[in-house]
Design a protein around this ligand. Structure first.
Ligand SMILES: C[S@@+](CC[C@H](N)C(=O)[O-])C[C@H]1O[C@@H](n2cnc3c(N)ncnc32)[C@H](O)[C@@H]1O
Length: 285
C-alpha cells in the first residue's frame, strides 16, 4: 500500500483486491468497508475523493480487505446489516438479516391493519429483525420474540432498544412455543431449515460465520417445522395467521404439515429471485 493514495484510488484498489479473491460484490464491499474504516458517509467520501487517505485508514482497510477475502461477510465485519430500511446490529451469535426475509415482512404487513392492537410471536428471533421491523411498522402492536440462544436474545434486545420498540416486546429464552402463554394474532418464523448433511457444502460465509443453530434443520431440514406448526395452530386466535420462511424446495412438505395441523388458505409466496420463500396459512377452527 503506497503512502499517498487518495480515497478514490484506495477504494478502487480495495475493489480490485476483493474481485481478485472471487467476490462478486467487490465494488459494494469496498465502498462499505471504506466507509466503516474512515467513519465517513458515502457522501463525505465522494466529496473527499481526491484527498489523501491517512495512513491509519489505509492500514485499517488493508486489514478489513484481508478479513473479507478470508470469507467473513461484510455484515459480520462491520457489525450491522440494513433490513427493511433499518440498521440492525448483528454478530457471530445471530444469522445476518437476509433480503429474502423481506418477503415475510411484506406479506405480514399486508395482513396487519395499521392501528389495531395485535399480538405477534416470532419463533427463532435471532437478531430480532422480523419482529422488531413489524413492531416498528405497526405502533399499536405488541410482540414476543423467542430463541433458544441467550446470546442471540441480547442482540435482539439491543436492536429492539435502538429501534424504539423495547416497551412493546418481550424477548424470552425458550424452545419454540414450549411454555408460552399468550394467544397470538400472528405467528412468524424463519427457523433453521438446511439439511444437516448439506451444511458442509454451504458457502464459507454462511458455514463458518452464521451460528449452526440458525442453519441446521435436522436430517431432512424439516425438524423445526414438525415441532412448531402444531403448537402454533393451538396458540393462534381464531382467524390468526402463521407465516413461515422456507427453503426453496420445501413448499410441498411444509404445506402438508400445515394442512395436517388444521391450517387453511395456505399460500406460497416467492422471493425476488422467483424462488419459493414463504408459506402462509390461517386458523379457522
Ligand atoms: C434462521 S435463524 C432466524 C433468525 C431471524 N429470525 C432472522 O430471520 O434473521 C433461526 C433462529 O432459530 C433459533 N432456534 C433454533 N432452534 C430453536 C428452538 N428449538 N427454539 C427456539 N429458537 C430456536 C436459532 O438460535 C436462530 O436464532
Amino acid at each position: 500500500m503506497t503512502a499517498n493514495q487518495n480515497f478514490e484510488t484506495l477504494q478502487r484498489r480495495m475493489a480490485q483486491q476483493l474481485a481478485a479473491a472471487g467476490l462478486d460484490t467487490a465494488a459494494l464491499d469496498a465502498r462499505v468497508l471504506l466507509e466503516y474504516a474512515s467513519r465517513f458517509s458515502a457522501t463525505e467520501l465522494a466529496m473527499r475523493a481526491r484527498d489523501e487517505a491517512p495512513s491509519y485508514i489505509q492500514a485499517e482497510t488493508a486489514r478489513l480487505v484481508a478479513v473479507r477475502c478470508a470469507g467473513q461477510p461484510v455484515a459480520k465485519i462491520i457489525g450491522y446489516k440494513e433490513f427493511w430500511g433499518r440498521r440492525f446490529k448483528t454478530g457471530p451469535t445471530v444469522l445476518d438479516p437476509r433480503p429474502d426475509s423481506e418477503t415475510l415482512i411484506e406479506a405480514a404487513l399486508a395482513l396487519l391493519p395499521g392501528t389495531e392492537p395485535r399480538m405477534l410471536i416470532d419463533l427463532g428471533t435471532g437478531s430480532g429483525c422480523l419482529v422488531v421491523t413489524l413492531l416498528a411498522e405497526r405502533p399499536a402492536m405488541r410482540g414476543i420474540g423467542i430463541d433458544k440462544s441467550a446470546a442471540a436474545l441480547s442482540v435482539a434486545r439491543a436492536n429492539a432498544h435502538r429501534l424504539g420498540v423495547r416497551d412493546r416486546i418481550a424477548l424470552r429464552r425458550g424452545d419454540w412455543l414450549h411454555g408460552v402463554a399468550p394467544q397470538a394474532d400472528m405467528i412468524i418464523s424463519n427457523p433453521p431449515y438446511i439439511e444437516s448433511a448439506a451444511i458442509a457444502g454451504l458457502q464459507k460465509e454462511v458455514r463458518l460465520h452464521d451460528p449452526r443453530a440458525a442453519l441446521d434443520g435436522g436430517a431432512d431440514g424439516l425438524e423445526a417445522y414438525r415441532r412448531l406448526i402444531g403448537p402454533a395452530h393451538a396458540q393462534l386466535k381464531k382467524d390468526g395467521h402463521l407465516l413461515l420462511e422456507i427453503g426453496a424446495t420445501q413448499a410441498a412438505a411444509v404445506t402438508r404439515l400445515m394442512q395436517q395441523a388444521g391450517f387453511v388458505g395456505i399460500a406460497c409466496h416467492q422471493d425476488l429471485a422467483g424462488r419459493d420463500r414463504l408459506l402462509l396459512g390461517q386458523k379457522k377452527s
